[in-house]
Design a protein. Structure first.
Length: 285
């Protein structure tokens, strides 16, 4: 977080802790708007922003998560996508590449559908089409629903494998410890409202109309979001590609960081498609 500019942004009565990396630096690449997983604060994904130093990066803590104040009323994907667009406007950003992991992957899908003119490409990690999903390991879901995974480091450490699956191919135990150390527990209401946000939501009927170039990345051994969900997304999104991280669990962005960043960079740096070129010209005009 040492290179991030952190501010408190008020949008429509909500105050959100927002972090931005390198937006004042010249770049040949569009910035990334990132949606985090449920209950996860900005610091949890800060290493990914550091691993892509050639790009600007924007993300925010959801209400009641991290250091964003407690939510007063519930919210939904439409509300938070609109809020994200307002935050982009605060930074003078128009079009961005949109990314999301797990719960945030659902938000990223919704943002791309709600704000197509602001979305160039879409990267979805360890996520689902919402309620129409293939469920994961019941033991993992039970542990995931327990807020102790954010509050109690010993609980998180004991159940890390059950929760997230996967094998750290580098055998780097310190990566797990580092991840646990970056987490800050959400408030009970913040966690509940984030769960409620996606109740009844699914992108499935709209996905055939998703015109964005889309990268789908899934962990082979994800205990929370099985690989089958990535295959569903791949089948439903026309211009999509699926990358399976061998031996990866729900946190393959952490345990297989180099492999993940390489796949993301290759996708974002790929030449424009014909449709993207037409959109870019129209957007510039």
């Amino acid at each position: 977080m040492k290179d991030a500019v952190v501010t408190m942004e008020e949008v429509a009565g909500r105050t959100l802790r927002t972090a931005a990396w390198r937006l004042d630096e010249p770049s040949d690449h569009l910035p990334i708007l990132f949606f985090n997983g449920i209950g996860a604060n900005i610091e949890a994904v800060a290493p990914l922003a550091d691993a892509l130093p050639e790009r600007g990066f924007v993300m925010f803590d959801m209400p009641g998560v991290g250091e964003s104040p407690e939510p007063v009323i519930p919210y939904n994907p439409f509300t938070m996508s609109w809020t994200a667009a307002q935050i982009l406007g605060r930074y003078g950003l128009g079009e961005v590449d949109v990314m999301g992991v797990s719960w945030g992957g659902a938000m990223a899908q919704h943002f791309a559908l709600q704000h197509p003119a602001r979305t160039r490409r879409l990267a979805l990690m360890a996520t689902t089409p919402g309620m129409a999903m293939v469920p994961g390991n019941p033991a993992a879901f039970t542990k995931m629903a327990n807020p102790r995974r954010y509050i109690d480091p010993e609980f998180m450490n004991e159940h890390f494998a059950t929760l997230y699956g996967g094998v750290d191919k580098d055998g780097a135990e310190h990566q797990k410890d580092s991840h646990i150390g970056r987490l800050k527990p959400p408030s009970p209401r913040g966690y509940l409202y984030q769960l409620m946000c996606m109740m009844g939501w699914t992108s499935l009927p709209a996905l055939p109309f998703m015109s964005k170039e889309t990268l789908i990345m899934m962990g082979e051994d994800d205990q929370i979001v099985p690989l089958a969900n990535g295959k569903i997304l791949k089948a439903m999104i026309p211009n999509s590609r699926l990358v399976t991280v061998e031996g990866g669990g729900h946190l393959f962005l952490l345990t297989h960081a180099d492999e993940s960043v390489a796949a993301i960079r290759e996708f974002l740096d790929a030449p424009e498609s014909e449709k993207e070129a037409v959109r870019t010209s129209a957007y510039a005009a």
